[in-house]
Design a protein around this ligand. Sequence first.
Ligand SMILES: [Zn+2]
Length: 423
Amino acid sequence: MNLPAPTSTRVIADLKELAALTSTPAGAQRVAWTPVWREARAWFAKKVKAELGLDVRTDPAGNVWTTLEGGSAQSVIVGSHLDCVPNGGWLDGCLGVVAGLEVLRRHAAGGKPPVTLHLVDWADEEGARFGRSLAGSAAAAGALDPQKELAHLVDRQGVKLPDALKEHGVELSRMGEAKPWLEAADGRAYLELHIEQGPVLESLKKPVGVVLGTVGVERHTLRFVGQASHSGATPMPLRKDAFLAAAEFALACRDIGHRFSGRTPRTRVVATCGMVKVEPCIVTAVNGVCDISLDLRALDAKVLAKMLAAAKKASQVAAKRNQAKVAWSSLLRISPRPFDEGLLELCRQSVKEITGQAPELPSGPLHDASELAAVMPTVMVFAQSSPGISHCKEEDTPLPHLDKSIRAFLRLAEKTVQRLAAA
Ligand SMILES: [Zn+2]
């Protein structure tokens, strides 16, 4: 395998072309299951045909596949998503797809690759129109129940999701068939380049980062119930103050956040009580009811479970001390998806080669890679976001940083192909 030097020139030119084609002054408009998205995908298919002589194929969940056949059917899969939120940025999602195209172009230029390369544009990563994100990648990973999760969804105009799918050639009842499709691709590694979407790399002044995985989330609401009573008439020892119980719980959660946090990005955890509501909420009353939220995040599933157990215990202690009762209800539970150690090592090498350093960070947001990580070795590269925001037209990565992230990703793909070929 003798590949040309990795360069970002074509990728950045393609990204600019796509932005010009699919943006208004308010930002990018490639919302999944809409005409602009279809246009973006048509642009992409035309590019694949013109530059690789290949046809794209669409799986039963609407994911678009480009395959560069290699000496072995075992494959390396690269991908991300062309769709974006309304008034989105020029990089979220499409950076990974267009950089993936460069991976294929570069390997095609080196002759037949030793293993097969698949590039996938996952359908509806954002869930912007109907609310269910990661639909295409979750279907392929076998983590989506279309009947239960999608059949009832309706957009703001009252259009039903199954009808919108049909317009794009996707049958809701057949989306599950994307799973055997992915299995047939025999992927041994999944690689994704994405912008960070947050301020971490910018604050570290690093252009490119190695992503350790996507963090898990435990989100709950708690209701403390005591007894509402008159502030003047109720002596302190006789109070059943639901607010004080919740307040003690919130302080205990702050301690949990500190206690379970390590010093490295991998072991950093957070605990947040973001919402609190009291009843009756009168200056002259002891509060009888207090609702409080809890959001715990960690990359390690065991740590996340321990944090949750500690929070449950703290809620009991706080309730008891204030003669109240507490009940929990779960809002959201996402498993942590740590990425593959072997691929992380290749990723560190690649990022270091291009930028001199390999800072590591977990991803707060979910990505298509979160779904793929459940079924095959996976890793991601982050390009710095500057300013550290996304899902808006201000989303950006300075060109020198963008260049480095693309070249690091190209090296990662090359190393992964080599490792698989040698295995
Ligand atoms: Zn994205």
